[in-house]
Design a protein around this ligand. Structure first.
Ligand SMILES: Cc1cc2nc3c(=O)[nH]c(=O)nc-3n(C[C@H](O)[C@H](O)[C@H](O)COP(=O)(O)OP(=O)(O)OC[C@H]3O[C@@H](n4cnc5c(N)ncnc54)[C@H](O)[C@@H]3O)c2cc1C
Length: 634
C-alpha cells in the first residue's frame, strides 16, 4: 500500500464552496492587453466565487499574502489564479495554499498570459473576453476538485548508470560522491567510450586517453561504484524509487550471466555512433582516398612523430579536402534518406570544431600539406572553439563555402598526380565552380543515435524525431525522461562535446541525488483512478496503456462472484489519460482532471454569461484517494 498522508486539514464536508479568484497583471504583461479589473468583476458574478480581485504581481510575497489572508479570514476553500504559465508558478501558489492550511490541490492555475495576452496583442477586447472564459472554466474545474494527496514511494539509495563513456563515468563519480551506491554497466570490455579513441581533444588539448584514465580511476577506486564491463541491461521493472534492473554479461563464457540490481533511479549514458556515409556519398566506398574524420584521426594518431611527410595507407598526402556536414544538416531530396526514410536534419555540433582541430594538427606536424576546408557553415560555438578556426585560417587553410543544395563531388583521377578531383561551387567567390586536385578527402561525419532499441523497448523510452533519446523539456527539465526516475546524460540525448556531455551527466547526478535524498519520494497524485463499481473488466484500457506495469487486471469478488477489474499502480502511471479516453463506462478518471471537470470546463467556455453558470454544492465528503499498489511502494 502506498502511503497517502494528508498534507493539510481536510475541507469539512458540507461546507459551502467558496472560490477565491485572483487575476494577475504580470507587471503589464497581461494588464497592458487584458482588462484585468473587468475579468475579476465578471468572475465575481459566478455563484461559487466569494472573492475576486486583481493584483500587480500575484507571485510576489504580498500577492501570495492576499490568498493566504482570504483563506484564513474569508473562509476561501478553493483558489483560482489567472496569471502566467503554470510551469512557472503553479507550485508557488500550491505552497501558499498549504501554508494557509488548505489542501494544495484545491487550486487551479489559469494561463491568461501565453494563452491570451501574448497571443492576442492586437485585440484587447477579444483577449479580455477569452480570459473571462478561461478563468470561468478554471472556476468550474476547481469547484469539482477533490482534495488530493501526494503518492509516497520508498527509495533505494542506489543508481544504475548505463554506458561507461565520459558521461556515464562523470555521472557515476558524482553520484558516488554524494553517497549513493552506483552500478555502472558498460557494454564494451573497457570504459571510456568514444573519447578513448581521441588523441588530443579540443579545446583543452588534453589527451583523450588521460581524460578517460582519470575518470576510470575515480569510478573504479570508489567503494560505492560497482563496474560491470561487457554487460547490458536486459530488464527494467518497477518505478522511480524502486527499479529492478537486470544486468546481463554479454560474454558467452559468463558463469552467472544475470545480475539483479535494485535502484531508485537509472541514468542512461549510451552515447552516439559515427555516421556511416552512403556508398558513393562524396566518393565514399568508391575510392580509398575518401575517408571519414574518425578514420583519419586514428591514422594521424598512429603516424610516428618521426615521420617527415604525411601519408595515408602508404600513399603520400600533399593535399587534403575536408568536407563538413556529412550526415548532418541533410536536406530532403538532396541527401540520401536514413533507413527510417528521413534525413538527419540536425547539426552534429561537434564536427566543425573536431575538423578544424584536426586541420590544426595536420598543419602543425606537416606544414607543407595543402588544406582545403569545404563547408556550408562553420559552427564553432563553444568557448575557445572560434580560436581554432582563426588559427587554421592563419596557418593557411583555404576555406570554401558550398551552397546547401550543392554538396561537393569527388571523381577519382586517371593520372598519378593526385588521387582525384573535388568539384565545388564557392559562395565566397560569387559562386565560382572550382576543381581541386587532392590526395585525400576527409568527410566530417556527424553523430547519429546508437542502436539501443532493446533498451528503449524495456520502458518505451521517449525518442525524438532525430532518433536520439528525448528529455521532458529542453530548458525546464533537460535531463529527465517522461518515465519518472530515468535520467539522461551525454550524447545519447543528442550531439554534445565532452564538456556538454559531462555537464549533462553532473546535472543528471544532482537530479538523481535530490530524488533519492529522503527515504520516500512524493509524487504528484495526477494519476488514473479506477472506480471498481463502474469497471466492467472489458480491458480496452490495457490495450491503450503505454506504460508497462501502470495498469493491470486483477480478480475481485463482487456479490460472491469473481470478476476482473482494472487496477492502477500509481507510482508507474504518468496520468496521460489514454485509458480514461477509451473506457466505455467512464470508470477511469485521472485524479485532478476528471471527465466531469472537463465537461464543466467546456460548458463554461461556451457559456455567454458567467453569472448564469450553476451553483455547485460541496460533495458530502472530500474523497481521500487510496492507491492500491500492485506489488511495490512503501
Ligand atoms: C570525430 C569526433 C571528434 C571529437 N572530438 C572531440 C574533442 O576533441 N573534444 C570534445 O570535447 N568532444 C569531441 N567529440 C565529442 C565526444 O566524442 C563526445 O562528446 C563524447 O564521446 C560523449 O560521451 P558519451 O559518454 O556521451 O558517449 P560515448 O563516448 O559514445 O560513450 C557511450 C558509452 O556507452 C556504452 N554503451 C552504448 N550502448 C550501451 C548499452 N546498451 N549498454 C551499456 N553500455 C552501452 C558505449 O560502449 C560507450 O562506452 C568528438 C566527436 C567526434 C564525432
Amino acid at each position: 500500500m502506498t502511503e497517502a498522508s494528508p498534507t493539510s486539514a481536510p475541507v469539512p464536508s458540507g461546507d459551502p464552496i467558496r472560490v477565491g479568484v485572483y487575476v494577475c497583471h504580470c507587471g503589464g504583461n497581461i494588464s497592458d492587453i487584458i482588462d484585468t479589473k473587468a475579468v475579476a468583476a465578471e468572475l465575481a458574478a459566478h455563484p461559487n466565487v466569494a472573492v475576486s480581485n486583481d493584483y500587480m504581481f500575484m507571485c510576489s510575497d504580498p500577492g501570495q499574502a492576499l490568498i493566504i489572508d482570504d483563506i484564513k479570514a474569508n473562509h476561501i476553500n478553493r483558489v483560482v489564479v489567472a496569471a502566467c504559465s503554470p510551469t512557472l508558478h503553479e507550485l508557488t501558489f500550491r505552497k501558499a495554499l498549504q501554508r494557509a492550511g488548505l489542501n494544495p490541490y484545491l487550486f487551479e492555475h489559469v494561463n491568461i498570459r501565453e494563452q491570451a495576452s501574448w497571443v492576442h496583442k492586437g485585440d484587447h477586447e477579444g483577449a479580455t473576453r477569452k480570459a473571462v472564459r478561461l478563468v470561468a472554466a478554471g472556476v468550474e474545474k476547481v469547484v469539482r476538485q477533490d482534495e488530493l494527496f501526494p503518492i509516497k514511494v520508498g527509495v533505494e539509495p542506489h543508481v544504475v548508470v548505463v554506458g561507461g563513456g565520459v558521461a556515464g563515468m562523470s555521472a557515476a563519480a558524482a553520484l558516488a560522491g554524494r553517497g549513493l551506491g552506483v552500478t555502472l554497466v558498460e557494454k564494451a570490455s573497457a570504459l571510456g567510450g568514444r573519447v578513448a579513441d581521441l588523441d588530443r581533444v579540443y579545446p583543452t588539448e588534453e589527451s583523450g586517453a588521460d581524460l578517460v584514465q582519470n575518470l576510470t580511476r575515480q569510478v573504479q577506486c570508489h567503494p560505492k561504484v560497482a563496474v560491470r564491463l561487457g554487460s547490458e541491461v536486459v530488464g527494467l521493472d518497477g518505478h522511480v524509487g524502486k527499479f529492478t534492473v537486470t544486468v546481463r554479461a554479454t560474454a558467452a563464457a559468463a558463469q552467472d550471466p544475470d545480475h539483479v540490481v535494485r535502484a531508485g533511479a537509472v541514468v542512461i549514458a549510451t552515447g552516439f555512433d559515427h555516421y556511416r556515409p552512403a556508398q558513393g556519398e562524396h566518393g565514399f566506398g568508391q575510392s580509398p582516398a575518401v575517408v571519414t574524420l574518425p578514420d583519419f584521426q586514428s591514422a594521424l594518431r598512429q603516424c610516428p612523430a618521426s615521420q617527415s611527410g604525411l601519408a595515408y595507407q602508404g600513399k603520400p598526402v600533399r593535399s587534403i579536402a575536408f568536407i563538413h556536414c556529412v550526415g548532418s544538416r541533410q536536406i530532403d531530396g538532396v541527401h540520401p534518406p536514413q533507413p527510417d526514410g528521413k534525413v538527419n536534419d540536425y547539426c552534429s555540433r561537434t564536427c566543425c570544431a573536431a575538423t578544424l582541430h584536426t586541420i590544426r594538427q595536420v598543419q602543425a606536424r606537416f606544414p607543407d600539406v595543402n588544406v582545403y576546408d569545404l563547408h556550408k557553415d562553420i559552427r564553432t560555438y563553444g568557448r575557445g572553439h572560434e580560436a581554432i578556426y582563426e588559427e587554421a585560417s592563419r596557418a593557411g587553410a583555404l576555406f570554401l563555402r558550398f551552397p546547401d543544395e550543392e554538396p561537393p563531388t569527388f571523381a577519382a583521377s586517371k593520372d598519378a598526380k593526385c588521387a582525384g578531383v573535388v568539384t565545388t561551387r564557392d559562395i565566397l567567390t560569387w559562386g565560382e565552380e572550382l576543381e581541386i586536385p587532392v590526395d585525400l578527402v576527409v568527410l566530417a561525419t556527424g553523430m547519429v543515435p546508437r542502436d539501443i532499441a532493446s533498451l528503449i523497448d524495456l520502458r518505451k523510452l521517449p525518442v525524438g524525431t532525430d532518433r536520439f533519446l528525448q528529455e521532458v523539456h529542453p530548458k525546464l527539465r533537460p535531463v529527465e525522461m517522461g518515465v519518472a526516475g530515468i535520467l539522461l546524460a551525454g550524447a545519447c540525448q543528442g550531439p554534445m562535446d565532452i564538456n556538454e556531455a559531462c555537464t549533462a551527466a553532473q546535472t543528471a547526478a544532482v537530479k538523481a541525488a535530490i530524488l533519492l535524498a529522503n527515504p520516500t519520494i512524493e509524487l504528484d497524485p495526477f494519476v488514473a483512478v479506477v472506480d471498481p463499481q463502474r469497471c466492467d473488466g472489458c480491458e480496452k484500457c490495457l490495450a491503450e496503456c503505454e506504460y508497462k506495469g501502470a495498469l493491470t487486471m486483477a480478480d475481485a469478488v463482487e456479490a460472491g462472484a469473481t470478476v476482473r477489474r482494472a487496477v492502477v499502480n500509481p507510482a508507474m502511471c504518468v496520468g496521460c489519460g489514454a485509458c480514461a479516453a477509451v473506457c466505455p463506462p467512464r470508470a477511469i478518471n485521472v485524479a485532478g482532471w476528471t471527465l466531469d471537470q472537463f465537461d464543466a470546463m467546456v460548458d463554461a467556455i461556451v457559456a455567454e454569461d458567467v453569472g448564469a453558470l450553476a451553483h455547485t454544492e460541496c460533495r458530502p465528503s472530500a474523497r481521500h484517494i487510496e492507491f492500491a499498489m500492485a506489488g511495490g511502494g512503501n
